[in-house]
Write a protein that binds this ligand. Sequence first.
Ligand SMILES: Cc1cc2nc3c(=O)[nH]c(=O)nc-3n(C[C@H](O)[C@H](O)[C@H](O)COP(=O)(O)OP(=O)(O)OC[C@H]3O[C@@H](n4cnc5c(N)ncnc54)[C@H](O)[C@@H]3O)c2cc1C
Length: 392
Amino acid sequence: VTGSFDLIVVGSGIVGLSHAAAANRIGLRVCVVDRDRRPTGASVRNFGMIWPIGTPAGELRRLSLRSVQLWLKHARECGLHADACGSLHLAYRDDELRVLREFLAGGSAPEGCELWAADEILARVPGVRAAGLLGGLRSVSELAVDPRAACDRLGAWLESRGVVFARPAAAVEADSGMVRLASGDVVRGGCVIVCTGADFETLLPQVYRDAPVTKCKLMMLRLCAPSWRTGMHIAGGLTLRHYRAFDACPSIADLRARIAREHPFLDGAGIHVMASQQPDGTLIVGDSHEYGRSLSPFDNAAIETTILGCLSGMLDITDLSVIERWHGVYSRRTDGQPLFRAEPIPGVHVVTCLSGAGMTLGPAVGEWVVAELFQTSDVSNGARGDALGAIR
Ligand SMILES: Cc1cc2nc3c(=O)[nH]c(=O)nc-3n(C[C@H](O)[C@H](O)[C@H](O)COP(=O)(O)OP(=O)(O)OC[C@H]3O[C@@H](n4cnc5c(N)ncnc54)[C@H](O)[C@@H]3O)c2cc1C
């Protein structure tokens, strides 16, 4: 790579590309470095759910809604798929319905949320299992993007706008104004932003050594297309205990306790079940959560069986054939904060640990970090990331 850049971004997952896109929009010369020819990390292994309903009301919710706008903008400009399908949380137990009611009544639900009765759901949403259905929470804020194509599309569009991609090229050293590649070549630029996801070992390992960060492995499945289309993302009672947005609901503790009592394996494996129907009708289904700096390379078959069992309780699927299985790993903080930022060397910034919300928060976080570093005011809708700015 020749020339000098205003910004070098290491990592072409959604977090890296979001920084590159924001910098490109304000006219900066940008180089993106990735060790892989195409993104193969967490950003292509997820559900493609842009999920404001899971983010706590306040700063994070605002950032997630800003990301929704940015995804829709990317969709218009890069031709990537983004469907404003919204979501539906289904309740099959009284405590699940209670949490959904509290969520709505507490004023922390995204705009446009409403409770649907069981018969309304069954009339409007094909594929939902009728037996035992009590109701559900409909939200219109969520988007579906195709996780396998989104980064490729965004990357190709950025390239067409002059962003230089150095791939495959592993970065082995980052210092003020430079990134050294494994080949020995050096890329020079004014500012370096390292967005290398869950790789704590290769670049700047000293940053992560004692930091409150870890990794999380999730098991995922793709099922063959059923005869129906739900038209929206589907989640259930298990998911309510997973996202912090529901923590303020008074009944969440009882719901958690009941699930832990009835199904200890679900808690042990961190299982909650969601389904995202793809444009070809296939269902991306997950997931489980295993935490640690060093994760098992082996996928426990009991987790898959359990996920499929829980899914069958929510959706009428006659053919549970798994057409693909994989696991993904994301980085996360151990102290509950929503991201990790550091500037270990002047002009070298690390941005990672967006946890299970990188697709939901990444575009807005990239916009905010670039605006902050380059002193621009190109951040709208109040998504200023002020609270996050304090996080290091
Ligand atoms: C199974 C699963 C499901 C998920 N579902 C959702 C969802 O539906 N919605 C949501 O909002 N979030 C979801 N997430 C979270 C989201 O996918 C992640 O937060 C996000 O993708 C992280 O993006 P990233 O760019 O930080 O990391 P990655 O996508 O992992 O990208 C890191 C990049 O850095 C590159 N890299 C690493 N080290 C080097 C180096 N030394 N030199 C050069 N390149 C390097 C890698 O090759 C990689 O391309 C999910 C995550 C998983 C794993």
